[in-house]
Design a protein around this ligand. Structure first.
Ligand code: 5GP
Length: 193
């Protein structure tokens, strides 16, 4: 998505080897107009899949997920993060390790909001090693729901998440695909280096 790639080039900042900071429009301040365009783009891509629920994880997935839910006209559920979860029969839970934060979180979704009637589109802000998506998928399985596909705002294609998803045969659509960081510059998949 050209508009997003241009915004990343203008406002994104590369930190260290493999982290992109996009606090000015996605992870801290949020640009609602851009979120709305992204929601429409995800809708155009996945509209024929019978999706009736959007699933994300707090907090940075919520803005793009809500705008996607608006385009589809379906509810949006966000998994909550906890340091630990004491046994609770009303929740589906899974464990997610964050390489960026070097911590493990449990994520959970109430059984009230996910069931075998649901055909789910996962939306998240970043795809790196695929841990977050994997945790959400575990919850979808536990609920007996169906995963229709995965929509990612910014994919870092050089980390292993994309490969894992492709290997599992799950439909994925990423709005920006980053091939590499080169001296603080972002190189997108389509571009020549
Ligand atoms: P994964 O679970 O795929 O390894 O990482 C995805 C999660 O880690 C995303 O939900 C996002 O919150 C965070 N993340 C991973 N890489 C980046 C990055 O380069 N920048 C930012 N801002 N967050 C990231």
């Amino acid at each position: 998505m050209k508009e997003l790639e241009e915004r990343i080039k203008k406002d994104g900042r590369v930190l260290g080897k493999d982290v992109l900071k996009v606090d000015s429009f996605l992870n801290h301040q949020v640009d609602p107009m851009l979120m709305q365009s992204m929601g429409k783009e995800f809708y155009e891509h996945f509209k024929d899949q019978g999706i009736n629920k959007i699933l994300t994880v707090e907090s940075s997935g919520i803005a793009p997920a809500v705008m996607t839910g608006l385009s589809f006209g379906v509810p949006v559920v966000f998994a909550r993060k906890h340091k630990s979860v004491t046994l609770n029969d009303d929740l589906y839970t899974s464990e997610v390790y964050s390489y960026t934060k070097k911590t493990s979180n449990h994520i959970s979704v109430s059984k009230k909001y996910l069931s075998s009637d649901d055909k789910v589109l996962i939306i998240d802000d970043f795809l790196a090693n695929g841990q977050a998506v994997n945790g959400l998928n575990t919850i979808i399985d536990a609920a007996g729901a169906n995963l229709a596909g995965i929509g990612i705002v910014i994919e870092k294609s050089f980390q292993k998440g994309r490969q894992l998803i492709d290997k599992a045969g799950i439909p994925i659509y990423s709005l920006a695909r980053i091939k590499a960081f080169d001296n603080g510059q972002v190189i997108f998949e389509e571009e020549k280096e």
